[in-house]
Ligand binder design. Structure first.
Ligand SMILES: C[S@@+](CC[C@H](N)C(=O)[O-])C[C@H]1O[C@@H](n2cnc3c(N)ncnc32)[C@H](O)[C@@H]1O
Length: 300
C-alpha cells in the first residue's frame, strides 16, 4: 500500500510544485511591473490604454512594438497552443466569408506572419484556380514582417509576384494610394492601434468604391458561464504559458488585457459605420460564443 501511494505523491509534487511557484512569481512580477509603468509615465500627455495600464499616447506604439518584437519568433506556435488551434478555424471562416473572386487585390493590414494573406491565396488557387490575385501584407513591426516573408519564400506566391510586403502604420497608410484595393483586412491587429478611428478612416480611403472592409478581432462573450471560464483561462493560464513557451510573461499579459479593453461588438460596429462604411445586418458575426467576431463593412 505504502509502496503504491508514495511514488504517486512524488509525481504530484514534481508536477504541481513548479506550477505553484510559477503562479506565485507571476503574481509578484505582474504587480511589480504595473507599478513600474505607472511611475515611469507620469506626464501631462494625453493618455491611452496599454492593456490595463494608462500610458501617454505617444508611448503606446513603442510598447506594442516591443511586445511583437519579443513574440515574433514564437508567435505562430503560441497562437496554436493558446487557442488549441481554433484560431485556424476562425481564419478559415474569415476567408470563406470574404469569398474573393479571381484577380482580387487585398490589403492585409497588421498582417504579421501572413496567415490571412496565405489563406487568401490558397482560397483563390483552390476555388478559382486563380494565380492573378494580389496581396500586400503590411505591418508596423519589421520582425513580424520578417517571419511572414520567410514563410512566403517557401511558396509559389512569391515566385509569381503575387505578394508584396510593406512596413507601415495602419493609422497612416501614406504609401497606399486612395481607392486602390478591393478588400482591406485586419486580423487581431486593430486593438493594438492607438487611434482606432484613424485606422478605419484610412481603411475607407484606400478601398475602391464597392470595396469591403473586414476585421477579425476578439469580442465580448455574452454567456456568463463561458465568459467566466474564458476569463479564468485568459488571465490565469495564458500569461503562464507565455512564460513557459516564449519566456515572456509580460507580452502575453498585455495581449489578454488588450482583449478586455477592446470595444464590444456593437460599439465597434458603430465605429465602422461612423467611418463611412455601410454595414449589412448588424455588421458582425460572433465566433465561438463571441470570443472572436468578424466585422464587415462596404464602401458604397
Ligand atoms: C496579433 S498580431 C496579428 C497578426 C496576423 N494578422 C494574424 O492574424 O495572425 C498583431 C499585429 O499587428 C501589428 N500592429 C500593431 N500595431 C500596428 C499598427 N499601428 N500598424 C500596423 N500594424 C500594427 C503587430 O506588429 C502585429 O504583427
Amino acid at each position: 500500500m505504502v509502496f503504491q501511494v508514495r511514488p504517486k505523491i512524488r509525481i504530484f509534487k514534481l508536477i504541481y510544485n513548479p506550477c505553484i511557484r510559477n503562479f506565485a512569481s507571476t503574481t509578484y512580477r505582474l504587480h511589480r511591473n504595473e507599478n513600474l509603468y505607472e511611475n515611469k509615465y507620469d506626464t501631462q500627455e494625453p493618455k491611452t490604454h496599454f492593456g490595463f495600464k494608462s500610458v501617454p499616447e505617444n508611448v503606446k506604439q513603442t510598447l506594442v512594438g516591443q511586445v511583437f518584437s519579443n513574440v515574433a519568433s514564437k508567435y505562430d506556435l503560441m497562437n496554436d497552443i493558446m487557442s488549441f488551434g481554433i484560431h485556424r478555424c476562425w481564419k478559415d471562416h474569415f476567408i470563406r466569408t470574404m469569398a474573393p473572386g479571381p484577380g482580387t487585390k487585398l490589403l492585409d493590414v497588421a498582417g504579421g506572419t501572413g496567415d490571412i494573406a496565405m489563406g487568401f491565396f490558397n482560397y483563390c488557387k483552390e476555388i478559382h484556380n486563380d494565380i492573378t490575385a494580389k496581396a500586400t501584407l503590411l505591418d508596423i513591426n519589421p520582425k513580424m514582417l520578417e517571419v511572414g516573408k520567410e514563410r512566403f519564400s517557401m511558396t509559389s506566391y512569391e515566385k509569381t509576384s503575387q505578394i508584396a510586403f510593406e512596413l507601415g502604420n495602419a493609422e497612416n497608410l501614406e504609401s497606399i494610394p486612395s481607392n486602390s484595393y478591393d478588400i482591406y483586412t485586419i486580423a487581431f491587429g486593430i486593438r493594438n492601434c492607438t487611434h482606432i478611428d484613424q485606422v478605419l478612416h484610412e481603411a475607407y480611403r484606400v478601398l475602391k468604391p464597392g470595396g469591403r472592409f473586414m476585421c477579425l478581432e476578439f469580442g465580448k462573450v455574452q454567456n456568463p458561464v463561458v465568459s467566466l471560464m474564458y476569463n479564468l483561462y485568459s488571465f490565469q493560464i495564458i500569461p503562464v504559458m507565455g512564460q513557459l513557451v516564449a519566456a515572456d510573461i509580460n507580452s502575453y499579459q498585455y495581449l489578454v488585457e488588450s482583449i478586455q479593453q477592446f470595444p464590444s461588438q456593437d460599439k465597434f460596429a458603430k465605429m465602422i459605420e461612423n467611418a463611412g462604411f455601410t454595414i449589412v445586418n448588424n455588421g458582425w458575426e460572433d465566433l465561438s460564443f463571441g470570443i472572436a467576431a468578424i466585422h464587415s463593412g462596404f464602401k458604397l
